[in-house]
Write a protein that binds this ligand. Sequence first.
Ligand code: AMP
Length: 922
Amino acid sequence: MGWLLLSVLTLSLSIAMASDSTAMLDLAKAINPVANLGWTGSDPCNWKNVDCTNGRVTAIRLPGQNLKGTLPSSINSLSMLSILTLQGNSLSGPLPSFSGMSSLQTLYLDGNQFSSIPGDFFRGLTSLQNVSLDDNPFEQWLLPSDLASADGLVLFSASNASIGGSIPEYFGGLQSLESIRLSYNNLTGGLPASFDKSSLKNLWLNNQRGPMLSGSIMVLGNMTFLTQVWLQTNGFSGSIPDLSGCKSLFDLQLRDNALTGLVPSSLMELQSLMNVSLRNNKLQGPYPQFKDGIKVDNGKLNDFCRYDPGVPCDDRVMVLLEIAAGFGYPAAVADAWSDNDPCSNWLYVTCDPQKKNITVLNFANAKLSGTISPSIGKLSSLRSLILSNNNLTGKIPDVLASMPNLQSVDVENNDLFGEVPNFRKEVTLKTDGNPLLGTTPAPGRGGSGSGSSGGSNSTTPSGMPTTSSITGSGSPTGVIVGVAVGLAVLMLIGVGVIYCVRKKRHQKFRRVQNPPSLLNGGSVPSDLQSIKVELSSLNGNGNASEQHSRASSGPHMGEAAGGSMVISIQVLRLVTNNFSEENILGKGGFGVVYKGELHDGTKIAVKRMEAGVMGKGMNEFQAEIGVLTKVRHRHLVALLGYCVEGNERLLVYEYMPQGTLGQHLFDYAQNGYPPLSWKQRLTIALDVARGVEYLHSLAQKSFIHRDLKPSNVLLGDDMRAKVSDFGLVKLAPDGKYSVETRLAGTFGYLAPEYAVTGRVTTKVDVFAFGVILMELITGRRALDESQPEDSMHLVTWFRRVIANKEKIGKVIDPVIDLDEETYKSICTVAELAGHCTAREPHQRPDMGHAVNVLSPLVQQWKPTSTEDEDCFGIDLDMPLAQVLKRWQANEGTSTMTLMEETSNASIPPKPYAENFLSKDGR
Ligand code: AMP
């Protein structure tokens, strides 16, 4: 009997081994070329990169092997296979079904060319733990219910993988699941309610294409394990939940959605938070003030009442927002209420002729749902309340009955219930069309208007304390006290703003009352004076601050924004020692760049066009002036002026004392520099990413640089970087179409589609940025002819090597001091570099993504203070003319006038270019 059993077991093992061999031979035949893998002989257990246990194939590891071909359908007979890593190859065709591979734990297929994934692919894959399918040009597919049985799943990564449909509810029930990465797909619908039971840490759902993800994000409030949440560029709506339970959340990207309501104070106080973006939503209320040291992009394009962090809104605004909270902060209301004065023609609101007190609220037919907020009771001047023809539920708040001036209430055709409050008999009351009104609330039905008598201690759904009664004829003493306290607070803030602006001015601006002569005792040509005044804002170490021309006194700054950018050739001769050899800083395609030095030691860089390039260079000359006068950012080299005289064409820039990134990265020894540390490289990468992100999406128009490379990244003494050389910049087209253009740029950095078709989108810059990241990691040039042929082209070599994550060490510049933390950080940047250099432009992320990936890494070493960047709302990235206006307004004003000015600042500043264009009349 024992003998028989043994024979049966031996036989079935032999059959299984034979079946493994057949499947492996099929695989060897199908993936091409196999020669370099040494897959010869009939026993696959002797093949390279294949592991076996007891004669059965358990692991196949072939990442980044330049494999082509398709996967054979017999692959699913490898029933003991637990690891299959084929990422970073060029495998194509439809994926076969993997159904039944019940031992499979790790499956990496990302970065290939697979064209489709069958419906039963995941059937029976009950041991799955880590899956990555990102960056494959699949036909659209849906996440199948079979995945629900993979209850040990930890990572599911399938960004940019053409997934449609909605996020399945079962994801929330997979208790081990820590990471869902599904960015850049075609997902629709909302966040599954089941997420509240999950242990998810990492949730990437950003940039869905097509109709996008939508609905509420309230469930995040219960997901207490979250560390990183990327929901940007979707259609999420409703308010931001209380995230105070998410004690490990460090990165929250919510920008470019349709979120409404107030930014909860609990978010601003969250200790773990390091990086947050709220830009381009419909957020309301006071402009949020986050703690020092965290990277914030809450910026413009919201509906904040004003744009000064932490400064409260007008009391009437706050009451109206409490009322809007009852309705769930509808988007239409957010759109209609976006400044600090409800009496300035706000939709749904009417005021008395003095435009001070609210007299009518008319929300008829406004498609409202939710409840009637008792905060309406605080509008003691209200005469008429119209809420008819909506879907409101809950009770009519009792407090309405005690409003002294109320004359009419119309709540017809809603879904209200409960007792109708006892209104004064003069009040006209319309309640028809509410079948349940006058009855007791059904069990389980809430109602915010449950007899609260004024609501002074109530809170809004976002946890904000409500304000006390305001306005109207019968102002109680509390109002006077409140106003007095408010004024005192405002005055304190006003004093703070003045202090802050002055402090900044002293730190960064050196004002020149009487510009001293450049030549001792000689008279100063007027052009020279103007350049002198403008340049006087350069800071001590020769680095121009990003506000360089905001520095001088009023009239000069006016000139800076307009005519005085023109500088005479005599001035430039003078400051460059007649363009002497010793002053040469470098040479570019446009001509020679000279160092200029003013009398007081301030340095400038003067780029002089060579006669030979006059023809083609003229376009670049004009492009550069065109771009640099429209964009202004701390990570873009600032143009200080230009000269057009006879045959002379010159551009004058802020001087960057440490030269180019290339000099520090590749030629540091020749130049006598120490090698760049990883921290420095990382900071430079982030600076460049920020500069380019601004060019792409934050400047009023979207610009494409087209020639990003280390020699166009200049460094200051603090080794902070700025992008330069805007001669090839193109205006990006609106919408998604690319521009066809004369091929420009530098070989080695050119995106494949640009090299082939000459068509350019912002994604060509993302590609070039990815190449720069690779150069920062490796210390090798994009194109290095001294290398053997297979590693000459950095992108190809780098992508091939890092496809095997274990081999990342091979690409790291040996001069970088490696510890565990640095290694981890490099791995993340290597992954980003790979993503940025994806073959298809649509597979590459946008620059905002690069900023998001890099900024937490930089913060890890060096928490930066936001104090420098933003001081009581004086946004130093703000358009020059806007800053000028504010600054002039603040100059010599009293606290009161400053306060007036600050409240005017509730009008969102116009983009820089707009100011410039209107000034120039162009
Ligand atoms: P470009 O014509 O912009 O490629 O510049 C040629 C070279 O001049 C660069 O590689 C730098 O070494 C130097 N250079 C250009 N602009 C500046 C600047 N603003 N400050 C210092 N050096 C510069």
